[in-house]
Design a protein around this ligand. Structure first.
Ligand SMILES: Cc1cc2nc3c(=O)[nH]c(=O)nc-3n(C[C@H](O)[C@H](O)[C@H](O)COP(=O)(O)OP(=O)(O)OC[C@H]3O[C@@H](n4cnc5c(N)ncnc54)[C@H](O)[C@@H]3O)c2cc1C
Length: 505
């Protein structure tokens, strides 16, 4: 995440040949110490900063789609004309630069003056309440204000921290590579300045869709005109003796990450139960902290159900080369006296246990309010629930997938943020179905897997490239349809797949 001051490519002050930038293409260069890209769209040239404002990804290695550029790392999307971050995970804009063409050359020398972004003006003052201060809830609140929402806006979160970078809780933050200052999505002043009534430690007890009220556990009752449910998912502890005891953790919140870090500082041996993405990211973080790490899981190949056999085995190998010991095809029977016992094999010494198995959508509030719920809150293609003016977004929302036609529920950071941003724009009058293809990434040490689309099941994964060279795309089909792709070392192919899924909607 740290800013890389090294700049590559030509000095754009000196000019570059105009005909070297093809339609839909980009050229990476610099102006002084600032990395800047030039892109051509509809025969017009645009110049913007070429570092993504999310994690500083190299935008010039991404993809131009219409008047946007997409980041190759986590698919943030910027408008080339305004620099605005129009789709998550980036929130902050990039700077736009003035482009001058002369004698077959293009020069970039000066930053554009900030153009005030056009805002919709709200004629009716409405009260929006968002339950959930995670990916979807934060993104909805931020976009509502960014797009000029003028009504009352309340963001209620059961969490003790203001919205933060949840994916980092199992990655650099957990391994010790990222300081706490990196974690908040915005500082406290942002909420005050933008009149977002953020209430942390505010556990909602219920809501009443007829009276249009939300009741907080502390006794406060708040009226709403529009309600967004974004309560996320809850990690489950399997009913195994000892897994509810001391030194056993699940990981969902920043506080959970802090508890694991505190325990890891005193521990030598860790057991991770469940070879899920989060389980394996935790294993990587704990290895980076110098602990012995054992991963125990019932499946024989980690992540095979989602990523297929080849990528599953590759990720296993990545961890083994770092010293993680796998106990696959094993059931955990219990944890007592510092030892995890399994159905086969010797007990494993562990003074720290992390359960990284399944999560469940938090649907209790919706269920109690009489909303349609079935493995998630059922919503239509506008993310509307079965109650008037109540919407759902993020891990709890089960919505019709325009690619497969199935009702799907997706548990990804960027997708949850994009659903939140979508709802903000809907509330402000936009009217189109939600059709963003899902995207997620997972990081293990210095390796990253990207995944676009959504395949609940697939007939066969089709691999192209080489995992040994870490240059691969795996396509997941439900014949005859392509439902998803996973890539290692092929970020551009992943962006192209995302674009193709979006076009199929
Ligand atoms: C450790 C970790 C690492 C991850 N890494 C990745 C990754 O690398 N890539 C990826 O794509 N995805 C990742 N994910 C998944 C991603 O974070 C989630 O899909 C995303 O956060 C879902 O957003 P959400 O808004 O639905 O829920 P959340 O972000 O979980 O937010 C839910 C919010 O609702 C609040 N809440 C719940 N109940 C109540 C209540 N009754 N009253 C008030 N507030 C309530 C919670 O306090 C919280 O603020 C990771 C998840 C975890 C836990």
């Amino acid at each position: 995440m740290s800013e890389d001051k090294k700049v590559n490519g030509p000095d754009l002050r000196q000019g570059v040949r105009t005909d070297g930038i093809v339609e839909g293409g980009m050229l990476a260069g610099h102006v002084d110490n600032q990395a800047v890209l030039i892109a051509r769209v509809n025969d017009k040239l645009y110049a913007i900063d070429s570092k993504c404002t999310h994690y500083q990804g190299p935008l010039a290695e991404g993809l131009v789609v219409d008047h946007t550029v997409r980041c190759p790392w986590h698919h943030a999307c910027f408008d080339l004309r305004t620099g605005n971050a129009i789709a998550a995970p980036a929130i902050d804009p990039v700077t736009c630069w003035v482009v001058e063409e002369q004698g077959g050359l293009v020069f970039v020398k000066a930053r554009k003056q900030d153009a005030a972004s056009p805002r919709r003006s709200e004629k009716v003052s409405r009260r929006v309440i968002i339950i959930g201060g995670g990916a979807a809830g934060f993104a909805a609140a931020e976009m509502l204000r960014r797009e000029g929402f003028g009504g009352d806006l309340t963001l209620l979160s059961a969490d003790s921290d203001a919205p933060y970078d949840r994916p980092n809780c199992s990655k650099d933050y957990l391994s010790g590579g990222a300081p706490k200052e990196w974690m908040p999505l915005r500082d406290r002043a942002f909420y005050k300045d933008n009149k977002i009534d953020l209430r942390v430690n505010a556990v909602v007890a219920s809501f009443d869709p007829k009276r249009r009220t939300v009741s907080i556990k502390n006794g406060n009752v708040l009226p709403y005109d529009v309600l967004i449910l974004a309560t996320g998912a809850e990690p489950q502890r399997p009913p195994i003796p000892g897994l509810d005891g001391a030194n056993v953790f699940t990981l969902r919140t920043l506080k959970d990450a802090d508890s694991i870090i505190a325990a890891a500082e005193k521990a030598k041996h860790a057991a991770v139960i469940g070879a899920s993405f989060i389980g394996l990211e935790v294993a990587a973080a704990l290895r980076q902290r110098g602990l012995d790490v054992h991963v125990i899981a019932p499946e024989t190949i980690p992540l095979e159900k989602i990523m297929g056999h080849d990528i599953g085995n590759w990720i296993k190998g990545v961890h083994e080369r770092k010293g993680v010991i796998f106990h696959l095809g094993r059931e955990v029977l219990g944890y007592a006296d510092g030892k995890v016992t399994m159905d086969h094999g010797d007990p494993i010494a562990a003074d720290l246990v992390v359960v990284g198995s399944v999560v469940k959508p938090r649907v209790d509030l919706a269920e109690a309010a009489g909303l349609k719920v079935d493995d998630g809150v059922i919503v239509d293609n506008h993310l509307k629930t079965s109650a008037d003016d109540v919407y759902a977004a993020g891990d709890i929302a089960r919505y019709p997938d325009p690619v497969s036609g199935h009702l799907i529920r997706v548990e990804h950071w960027v997708h949850a943020e994009r659903q939140g941003q979508y709802l903000a724009r809907q509330i402000l009058g936009e009217d189109k179905p939600f059709d963003d293809p899902p995207f997620f990434w997972s990081s293990h040490y210095d390796k990253t897997v990207n995944y676009s689309g959504h395949a609940i099941t697939f007939d066969r994964p089709q691999l192209q490239g080489s995992l040994i060279k870490e240059d691969v795309i795996v396509r997941f089909y439900e014949e005859p349809r392509l439902l998803a792709v996973a890539t290692v070392g092929r970020d551009l192919a992943n962006l192209e797949a995302e674009r193709a899924f979006a076009a199929k909607k």
